[in-house]
Design a protein around this ligand. Structure first.
Ligand SMILES: Nc1ncnc2c1ncn2[C@@H]1O[C@H](COP(=O)(O)OP(=O)(O)OP(=O)(O)O)[C@@H](O)[C@H]1O
Ligand SMILES: [Mg+2]
Length: 241
């Protein structure tokens, strides 16, 4: 691990399901403290890219490195130990468990360091005060936006350096989308590295430094969010369909 390594680097990564290749030679980097958006139409392979990084889909070729450490071939639990966290598509909460129990499940790796777990729990409640009010409620009793906060909080409890988020704004009302955007900006401000799969270009531009467009399992466009003019926006929108 050196200071000059990207937080996350994918080099010529191929992966897929059975004999069907979905990710076809993806190159992508996220620098330390940077937020990168992965945009693309339905079925482009965005979720598969995140699942490949987490070792949940077998990668066939190419390199996946976090802080210079090669992950390819490692098991998912070892990858999570190596400081990568994910907010999965569909949130995947334990809806019959309380908010706090869902959060604590995220800290499984740190269970022997209860002081650290309490500190992390405090930082989740600081970021999402509503979750502190609802800590003893069942997750099923929360709104979609609040459930998304639990999913982000659960990822934070693992204290990952690299955070992968799969469509954190999906299905949320505008006010909840803004809460999620604020949270992601805050995490980036705390020096975390984010790879955010999004369908909403406005949210991606608000939160991320760079936008990558995935189509047919390949990166087809890359733009700096701050340089994105109307033409660039139209180009990306055309890919999103
Ligand atoms: N478990 C699976 N088995 C076989 N094929 C799959 C599986 N999961 C996804 N696929 C296929 O892989 C392709 C990419 O799917 P993926 O979920 O990565 O796309 P996505 O970009 O995340 O789409 P969306 O925007 O709809 O979430 C699709 O054609 C999909 O049908
Ligand atoms: Mg998806």
């Amino acid at each position: 691990m050196t200071a000059t390594c990207p937080a996350l680097r994918l080099s010529s990564v191929f992966s897929g399901y059975g004999r069907y290749d979905v990710v076809r030679g993806v190159n992508l980097t996220v620098e330390p403290g940077e937020a990168v958006a992965l945009l693309g139409p339905n079925g482009a392979g965005k979720t598969t890219v995140l699942r490949t990084i987490m070792g949940m889909v077998k990668h066939w070729r190419g390199s996946i490195a976090v802080n210079g450490v090669e992950l390819a071939g490692m098991k998912t639990h070892s990858i999570a130990q190596g400081h990568v966290g994910i907010v999965p598509e569909g949130r995947r909460l334990f809806v019959d468990q309380t908010v706090e129990d869902n959060l604590l499940l995220g800290a499984f790796r740190l269970r022997d360091d209860q002081a650290r777990v309490r500190q992390l729990l405090g930082s989740v409640y600081e970021l999402f005060p509503v979750l502190s009010d609802y800590r003893l409620r069942r997750a099923s009793a929360l709104s979609g936006g609040e459930q998304q906060m639990v999913a982000i909080g659960r990822m934070m409890m693992n204290d990952p350096e690299v955070m992968l988020l799969d469509e954190p704004s999906l299905g949320l009302a505008p006010i909840a989308v803004q809460a999620v955007a604020r949270a992601l900006k805050e995490l980036r401000g705390r020096g975390r590295s984010l790879l955010v799969v999004e369908q909403r270009i406005d949210l991606a531009m608000q939160v991320c430094d760079r936008l990558q467009v995935l189509s047919g399992g390949e990166i087809v466009s890359e733009q700096q969010a701050s340089w994105l003019d109307v033409e660039g926006r139209d180009l990306i929108s055309a890919y999103l369909g």
